[in-house]
Design a protein around this ligand. Structure first.
Ligand SMILES: Nc1ncnc2c1ncn2[C@@H]1O[C@H](COP(=O)(O)OP(=O)(O)OP(=O)(O)O)[C@@H](O)[C@H]1O
Ligand SMILES: [Mg+2]
Length: 354
């Protein structure tokens, strides 16, 4: 059994505007996409990372898997927003066994929920070796509320699949980044995934995540601003935002609102970066890797580049993952690449890999 390949899994990113699924196959030294799909989710079915209308989300997931190219039954999904807490804590150095004994007790003071209500996961990052860190170690603590996890796993089960892992968006992004870009040992890279309702930020120093935060602002804020300013229905504002003229308004009319909202969003990003610089071991960010649908708002990447005076690169989740859009029934890779990073990262997980 030693050489048996780990069972294949489907990476399922349950987003508030759409669900995305990807299945990978080993290919040469790397991977290729064997199935991919995106299905819209009705507005307000998922709010702030919480599933409000489970039936509607399950329907979207079911439609996704009506695509026969998906073979695996086991699914890896992820949480984000305020249902998960990721924190680096410093504890006295101890063995794995001692840590697993005491982690719930230690975690209690860092988690704003009743400890009975959360699932905890943790990883020892570093045993302190510096002058003033003698006898201590850094532990990454991840806590997710059990009822939120259950909402996600129920939706997957309702859609006829088996949920086997529930990960965190920020970590999925990191996995997708690693496989596509590798790690530069000394670089500080901020991955920024701008979705419809949130922006996930994961800052990596070399191979290690040193800071994560979700900003609860995203593409919807742009659409709502356009909607309000130009007095349009949501769908028209949505189209306009993407650069398509609609009845009663042209993209030109929306430019100023989009620019103003970009400034608002960048202010939140700046606060996050400032907080990172004040609390983490690094005071610089060398590069921003940008993905998520909302990152496509005209001028967004350029505004980031200018504001933070740093390199901004489009995060291509298929840089080292082979994909044949035609074979998979996609009109163009551009239709999926900006949205696919989390799903790629999830599809890379193997049961029991950590
Ligand atoms: N070309 C475009 N220009 C501007 N915005 C776009 C464009 N394409 C998609 N978007 C926006 O991107 C958002 C969807 O992105 P994405 O699929 O990454 O979000 P999500 O994963 O569903 O949301 P979340 O993770 O926040 O729950 C929507 O707000 C959509 O309007
Ligand atoms: Mg998303």
């Amino acid at each position: 059994m030693l050489f048996r390949r780990a069972k294949s899994l489907v990476g399922l990113d349950i987003g508030s505007s759409s669900v995305k699924a990807i299945e990978l196959k080993p290919s040469g030294k790397g991977y290729k996409v064997s199935a991919i799909g995106v299905e819209p989710v009705p507005a307000d079915s998922i709010v702030d990372g919480a599933i409000i209308d489970g039936g509607a989300v399950a329907d979207a997931v079911r439609r996704l898997f009506a695509n026969k190219k998906f073979k695996a039954k086991d699914v890896v999904a992820s949480l984000s927003g305020n249902s998960v807490i990721v924190k680096k804590i410093t504890l006295p150095a101890m063995t794995e066994a001692e840590l697993s004994e005491s982690i719930y007790w230690e975690a209690e003071q860092y988690i704003p929920f009743d400890i009975q209500d959360v699932n905890l996961d943790y990883e020892i990052l570093e045993i302190g070796t510096g002058q003033d860190s003698q006898g201590s170690m850094d532990v990454l603590l991840v806590a997710a509320k059990k009822d939120k996890i259950a909402d996600y796993t129920n939706v997957i089960a309702q859609a006829g699949k088996t949920p086997v892992i529930v990960d965190v968006d920020a970590f999925a992004l990191q996995n997708a980044y690693e496989v596509n870009y590798g790690f530069e040992p000394t670089a500080v890279v901020a991955i920024l995934n701008a979705g419809a309702s949130a922006i996930n930020i994961n800052i990596l120093s070399g191979p290690q995540s040193v800071f994560t935060r979700d900003i609860s602002m995203g593409g919807n804020a742009f659409t709502e601003a356009v909607q309000k300013e130009l007095d349009l229905p949501f769908e028209s504002a949505e189209q306009l935002k993407k650069g398509h003229d609609v009845e009663g308004a042209s993209f030109e009319d929306a430019r100023a609102v989009l620019k103003a909202m970009t400034d608002n969003v960048l202010l939140e990003v700046e606060k996050t970066f400032d907080f990172f610089k004040a609390t983490a071991a690094s005071d610089r960010i060398d590069r921003i890797m940008l993905c998520g649908g909302a990152s496509r708002v005209e001028g967004f990447a350029a505004a980031l580049r200018e504001r933070f005076d740093t390199e901004v690169e489009e995060f291509d989740p298929f840089r080292q993952v082979a994909i044949d859009p035609k074979k998979l029934g996609l009109a163009s890779l551009d239709d999926v690449a900006p949205f696919a990073a989390v799903a790629v990262g999830l599809a890379l997980r193997k049961v029991g890999d950590r």
